[in-house]
Design a protein around this ligand. Structure first.
Ligand code: ADP
Ligand code: MG
Length: 702
């Protein structure tokens, strides 16, 4: 149950003074969290922070007042220039002066009586607004403040500006905010006292007050203690929720996987190469987790081509030592097949049996596969979401490996782990997510990073070429083909529709066929599974030498002897996507290259992206740059990213706070796993405040 102290904050905004049904409806669209069904609450209004300030403190004299800047002038009202009756649409102009010159205060559709009252002739007044200079003459249109020096003393010279919506004025919103503050209860402190002190955080209510009532524009700064305090609160709520989920997952006892290492040694012996140091390091961490009775919750981050699949294979061999099955879940059919093919070539020699289960299997084939899974004949099951389906039962699922996790929802992940007895979970991601985002998305998940690439890889040369030079690129492709190379040609990502994507790819394939005939293949998202497989198999075998593709090849395709990738309209791709695509080459021992074919003129961001691509191949650095260039919201694409967005905090700005919040959450749970202490109770309130109260149910579920 929500602590009753929060009730006033969870009341509808319509309970506030000055907020009627019309304003409530506007606020529901403006401040309520996405998906809120019952409109905006008092809390939402308090979390709706100003985006800037109006600063009337700048005093100027008329002659020196700069164009377009908000200033306050002290002037004496001189005379009126009223529009004639015939020209009612003309403005009224009130001429005023100071020692330096004369200015026109301009009013449209003003009643003369009203003006005379506001600006009596002969009075000296303060006026503030933006000054316009036209033909050497200054004017101020509708000063937003007019008053005597005494009036000014009582007026906030610095006033917050809020994001608004049509029909809602700043004044009305502000009135709502003021009455929301009247309802804000004194809440117990949830932040660990030492953190509070070290960071110099004000109390929650004081931080909100400071941000809604800035005394200076800089008070709204993201790095100011008030803002950081609220960002910390928000991170804390999400880290606490993740920590509770993890605590809950760990309550189910896990199991020990792996015995004498015999099968692992055999599997390693079946590989035609030796493991990299990075792979060994990651495996040591994974084996240690598997060998403990707790459940493993580990994220394996490795750049494209770093060799994650082999790591997964050896972990699965360890599971088999304990007679447990492993499932490998891939986001797409192509990737599932790729993994299956990649693993299957070693499985025989390693003494592991493997099966591929996808949506394409049906009838007798599917039935036979399901049987081999349920009776324990197969050790490794590779597949797509078909692995979650109700009729898929496992003999003894001990390890779940999820590839490219961010495309799966948390829900799907849970469904699969439920099919085993508290199986260990290893999540592999090729998108080198920066550490802060890992924390944001996975919280306390343990992380292994696979640095470096298998030995013998040659660096990839990246060049940027303008589209006018398409001829040269085609000629170069021709030479490469003659020398026995293979090329990917990735086609424009067209925003409007899938159809135009397809058309672009087909057109490009047609053009290339004029030069290279049937050496040109085509893969796109609208082909059926078997069609795609055939096209990729032709490319792999060398029947085709150039494959034109839409971005379906983005993840996972492994054709080690492809050494050139041309990316058309490179300016339309995000940095991480470009990096993923480039990772399709440079997998063999040949020198490889990546041609970024762009259409000029390039925007600033596109230029910066291309510069980063040319400068580095380090996926982790690229991910950090990507985060800088476009902000956290987009990094992994918005689609089912599983990554949450924050209302107040900015992941890039407040990265340091995320780590502190993670530790603070962990520490509190270690001493107070039921959140029963006074601080634990305060923490529950925080979870409600930021809509993370789902996590509290985990406490009760016990
Ligand atoms: P990732 O999944 O991390 O993108 P993969 O596991 O698909 O990478 O590996 C990419 C390629 O590198 C595969 O062809 C794989 O066989 C090969 N490979 C993996 N580990 C090594 C290694 N230690 N030495 C040489 N080649 C390796
Ligand atoms: Mg892979």
């Amino acid at each position: 149950m929500r602590p009753s102290i929060l009730d006033p904050l969870f009341a509808s905004v319509s309970t506030l003074n000055g907020v009627g049904p019309k304003v409530s409806a506007l606020l529901a669209g403006l401040v309520a969290p996405a998906g809120a069904e019952d409109g905006a609450r008092v809390r939402d209004l308090l979390f709706h922070l100003p985006s800037g300030v109006i600063d009337r403190r700048r005093r100027e004299e008329i002659a020196t007042a700069p164009e377009g800047v908000l200033v306050t002038l002290e002037v004496r009202v001189d005379r009126y220039v009223m529009p004639s009756r015939e020209a009612r649409s003309q403005p009224a102009r009130v001429m005023a002066q100071d020692a330096t010159g004369e200015i026109a205060l301009t009013y449209f559709r003003a009643q003369p009586q009203w003006l005379e009252k506001l600006l009596p002739i002969g009075e000296t007044l303060l006026v503030s607004g933006k000054v316009d200079w036209f033909n050497g003459r200054p004017s101020m249109i509708h000063p937003d403040f007019v008053g005597s020096a005494e009036d000014a003393a009582s007026l906030p010279l610095v006033e917050p500006v809020y994001p608004l919506t049509a029909g809602l004025s700043s004044r009305v919103l502000r009135r709502g905010v003021d009455s929301a503050f009247a309802k804000l209860p004194a809440l117990p402190e949830w932040i660990e006292p030492s953190v509070l002190k070290r960071e110099g955080f004000p109390a929650f209510a004081d931080a909100l007050q400071a941000l809604h009532n800035p005394a200076d524009p800089s008070d709204l700064g993201l790095t100011k203690p008030s803002y950081r305090r609220l960002a910390y609160d928000e991170f804390m709520a999400s880290q606490m929720a993740l920590a509770l989920a993890r605590q809950n997952a760990r309550k189910q006892p896990g199991r020990i996987l792996g015995t004498d290492g015999g099968l692992r040694a055999r599997a390693e012996g079946a590989l035609p190469f030796i493991l990299t140091d990075g792979q060994r390091g990651a495996l040591a961490e994974i084996y240690a987790d598997m060998g403990r009775p707790d459940r493993m919750l580990r994220l394996l981050q490795g750049d494209v081509g770093a060799g994650k699949t082999v790591v997964a294979l050896l972990a699965m061999a360890a599971a088999k030592e304990s007679r447990a099955q492993s499932a490998l879940l891939a986001p797409t059919e192509i990737l599932a097949r790729q993994h299956f093919a990649g693993l299957a070539r070693y499985c025989d020699a390693a003494g592991l049996s493997i099966v591929l289960l996808t949506g394409r299997d049906n009838g007798r084939v599917r039935k036979a596969k399901l049987e081999s899974i349920v009776n324990g004949d197969t050790d490794i099951i590779v597949g797509t979401h078909a692995l979650f389906q109700d009729d898929v039962a496992y003999h003894d699922l001990g390890l779940v490996v999820v590839d490219e996790q961010h495309r799966f929802g948390v829900h799907q992940r849970l469904t699969l782990t439920r099919k085993g007895r508290a199986p260990d979970l290893l999540v592999m991601t090729a998108t080198p997510i920066p550490r802060t985002l890992v924390l944001a998305a996975f919280g306390d998940m343990d992380v292994s990073r696979l640095y470096g690439k298998p030995a013998g890889r040659k660096p990839i040369t990246t060049v940027a070429v303008s589209f006018d030079r398409l001829d040269e690129v085609v000629a170069r492709a021709g030479r490469a083909i003659e020398e026995g190379d293979k090329l990917y040609w990735v086609c424009p990502l067209v925003e409007e529709s899938e159809k135009s994507d397809l058309t672009a790819a087909e057109e490009r394939a047609d053009v290339l066929r004029q030069f290279f005939g049937d050496k040109v293949g085509l893969v796109h998202g609208r082909m059926t599974g078997p069609e795609k497989d055939t096209a990729m198999a032709d490319f792999k075998s060398g029947r085709t030498r150039i494959v034109v593709a839409t971005t379906v090849i983005e993840v996972g395709v492994d054709v080690p002897d492809a050494s050139i990738i041309v990316i058309e309209h490179a300016e339309r791709f995000g940095l991480s996507q470009l990096h993923q695509l480039r990772g399709r080459v440079g997998r063999g021992d040949k020198a490889s290259s990546c041609v970024l074919l762009y259409r000029a003129p390039l925007g600033e961001t596109a230029k910066a992206r291309i510069a980063v691509m040319r400068e580095t191949e380090d996926g982790f650095r690229i991910a950090e740059e990507d985060l800088k260039l476009r902000g956290e919201g987009d990094l992994l694409g918005t689609r089912q990213s599983g990554l949450q967005s924050f209302r107040i905090a900015r992941v890039e700005e407040h990265a340091d706070l995320m780590e502190i919040a993670r530790d603070d959450a962990r520490l509190l749970l270690a001493t107070d796993p039921d959140l029963a202490s006074p601080r634990g109770q305060a923490m529950r309130a925080l979870l409600y405040l930021f809509g993370k109260d789902d996590a509290i149910r985990l406490l009760r579920a016990g």
